[in-house]
Design a protein around this ligand. Structure first.
Ligand code: SF4
Length: 312
């Protein structure tokens, strides 16, 4: 039998913003006083398992990639709307109120702070360059504040900006990779003199990325447990590749690349801020007993249970 050396990175998994949001959602799922139907505007976290389990408990997710939250709200006529930890634009809030919907807001405190920063700089007469993924709820909210907000994803986008103001601030989506952001900031500083930088990557994102950065030197493969839709998960994978470590992003133990696992020695495991710890534990347990001479097909039991159902 030949076993892998498995190292689990910390911190990993749920951040405080996600823990708080999921607790609120779990509570309302079991609270008969909350007006039905209950809709979640966008994925509560970018994790299919979490979304499906809440759907099964009657918290229906409206998820239309490419569609704004303002537009998705048109689909809800009555009941309760839940705003996710990613936050929403003020106009979404107003529209929900006008429609007479009950509102449950799970916006993360760190996202609120970054929203306030943008508003403060706009009020001071600045143009704001927002580094974020186009279509991400945080970028959507930033854009809703003013035509003086300019969303860019990368250094290339900088050259498309047409900002004439001399007062320019740059801030960012909370879940970016700090490596990526560092390079964009350096390029932006070269582009605009007197650029004001307000770096807003949240601590949870930073510490998870730092743990990847400081993984043991002899690591030759990393497993990131998280969704393809999770920016957070993709950034962890990106940080590892910046350090020359190959790896994979898996949603559950069943996605593990068995063939590859028979060719590596030292595997690190981490997970995104949106990944249920039960899914990560299953991956770790599997890897710890993985015999390269006799690999067994992985089966997830967690995928078959509802994570948020009340225990009876
Ligand atoms: S990743 Fe950061 S900003 Fe997003 S919910 Fe978690 S703590 Fe909040």
């Amino acid at each position: 039998m030949i076993f892998l050396k498995v190292h689990t990175l910390t911190p990993r998994g749920y951040c405080h913003g996600v823990v708080d949001a999921l607790k609120i959602m779990r509570d309302i799922a079991h609270d008969p006083s909350i007006k039905r139907p209950i809709y979640v505007l966008g994925m509560v976290v970018h994790n299919r398992k979490v979304v499906d389990d809440f759907n099964a408990l009657g918290l229906y997710t409206l998820d239309e990639p490419g569609q704004t939250r303002l537009k998705m709200l048109d689909k809800i006529e009555a009941g309760t709307v839940v705003f996710t930890a990613h936050g929403v634009a003020d106009e979404v809030y107003e529209k929900a109120k006008i429609k007479g919907l009950s509102i449950i807001d799970t916006t993360c405190q760190d996202v609120r702070v970054s929203q306030t920063v943008i508003k403060d700089y706009l009020n001071d007469g600045y143009d704001v360059i927002f580094v974020g993924k186009k279509g991400h709820p945080e970028s959507e909210t930033a854009l809703s504040y003013s035509t003086r907000v300019h969303v860019i994803e990368n250094i290339k986008d900088l050259s498309t900006l047409k900002i004439t103001s001399t007062k320019i601030a740059l801030t960012n989506q909370t879940t970016l990779s700090f490596y990526e952001l560092y390079h964009i900031i350096e390029a932006a500083k070269a582009h605009y003199k007197n650029l004001t930088i307000i770096e807003e990557i949240c601590d949870a994102t930073k510490t998870r990325q730092q743990a990847v950065k400081h993984m043991p030197d002899d690591t030759d493969f990393i497993v990131v447990v998280g969704s393809q839709r999770s920016n957070n998960a993709k950034q962890l994978r990106h940080v590892a590749s910046q350090h020359g470590v190959d790896g994979v992003l898996v949603e559950s133990v069943e996605d593990l690349p068995i063939k590859t696992l028979t060719t590596v020695q030292h595997v690190c495991v981490t997970s995104a801020a949106s990944t249920p710890s039960a899914l990560t534990k299953e991956v770790i347990d599997y890897l710890k007993t993985f015999d390269q001479n006799n690999p067994q097909p992985p089966v997830s039991h967690v995928l078959k249970t509802n994570l948020f159902k009340k225990k009876t």
